[in-house]
Design a protein around this ligand. Structure first.
Ligand SMILES: Nc1ncnc2c1ncn2[C@@H]1O[C@H](COP(=O)(O)OP(=O)(O)OP(=O)(O)O)[C@@H](O)[C@H]1O
Length: 275
């Protein structure tokens, strides 16, 4: 089946997401009726206080919702619509999701910790290639991995090391390289500077900015730190308690804040990355 052609890379309309639980009463509505879109080539920031639903939204955009059977603790789209490259993700079938997954890179909040401790850096980065095609040429995979390792400004000498031998900032960049190895058309990065030392935080963001400019992918960057999102994105979605309380260019959103969280953000906006 051919995928629909969409003007927007991501389109959420009155989207609600809850976490599955056998007990219907304890289902938690994490995202409640949000609407926004991401244009081709755009970097959109999602900013909000802790527990406001950012990671849930990011996971849903990165195709992590609506699968895994009736397993508890998984996000599920329970209202409205979420489309990625024109494909509706609500109740998406596994085949379509697998196909779409090839176009969407996901750097999870705990991406650095999710690296497989038994695999080398190079094997971790190459793993998405081999889980798609076990017989993929090892030479071509090696070139692709080395190119990305270099792009995320890691020395090639680290390729044969294991994750535990790296600093947290280096591990985060390995996780970033892994999320980009299939050449996604959309990158979803949840707290890309999490665990990264203040002195190299800007470096990690510069890497994302440069790779995005080079490959022209769209991106959704999630952070509780406005300095991080505004470093990369021109437009932001501001979330509070599962809802959108601000949407648009950062200056406009913070120009005349009424919502208490927007007021707090406006007061903190001149903080620099990692300060
Ligand atoms: N696996 C889960 N099962 C049930 N509820 C969850 C689960 N994960 C998150 N939640 C709840 O969903 C809501 C949104 O959480 P989410 O992690 O999306 O927020 P966040 O804005 O990313 O927070 P943080 O910045 O602290 O990561 C919270 O109320 C949280 O308790």
């Amino acid at each position: 089946m051919t995928e629909p052609v969409a003007k927007e890379v991501v389109r959420a309309d009155d989207l609600s997401i809850h976490y599955r639980s056998r007990d219907v009463r304890s289902r938690c509505l994490a995202v409640a009726g949000v609407s926004f879109e991401v244009a081709p080539g755009e970097i959109l920031g999602i900013v909000g206080e802790s527990g406001s639903g950012k990671s849930t939204l990011a996971a849903a955009i990165a195709l992590q919702a609506d699968w895994g059977g009736q397993e508890s603790g998984r996000p599920e789209i329970c209202g409205g619509s979420l489309k990625v490259f024109g494909t509706e993700l609500r109740r998406i079938g596994s085949r379509r999701r697998d196909r779409l997954q090839l176009s969407v890179g996901y750097l999870a909040q705990d991406g650095a910790e999710r690296l497989d401790a038994r695999l080398t850096v190079a094997e971790n980065v190459a793993e998405p290639i081999y889980s798609r095609d076990r017989r993929f040429s090892s030479r071509e995979a090696g070139i692709a991995v080395a190119t990305l390792i270099d792009s995320v400004r890691l020395p090639l000498g680290l390729m044969n090391r294991y994750p535990f031998e790296l600093s947290s900032g280096q591990r985060q960049r390995v996780a970033l390289a892994r999320s980009l190895i299939l050449g996604p058309r959309l990158l979803v990065a949840d707290e890309p500077t999490r665990g990264v030392d203040v002195t190299v935080r800007t470096g990690v963001l510069d890497v994302i900015r440069e790779l995005q400019a080079e490959h022209e992918f769209s991106a959704v960057i999630v952070s509780s730190d406005l300095a991080v999102t505004s470093y990369l994105a021109e437009r932001v979605v501001v979330m509070s308690r599962g809802t959108v309380v601000g949407l648009g260019p950062i200056n406009g959103v913070l120009a005349d804040p009424i919502h208490p969280y927007l007021k707090a953000l406006a007061a903190s906006r001149f903080d620099t990355v990692g300060a």
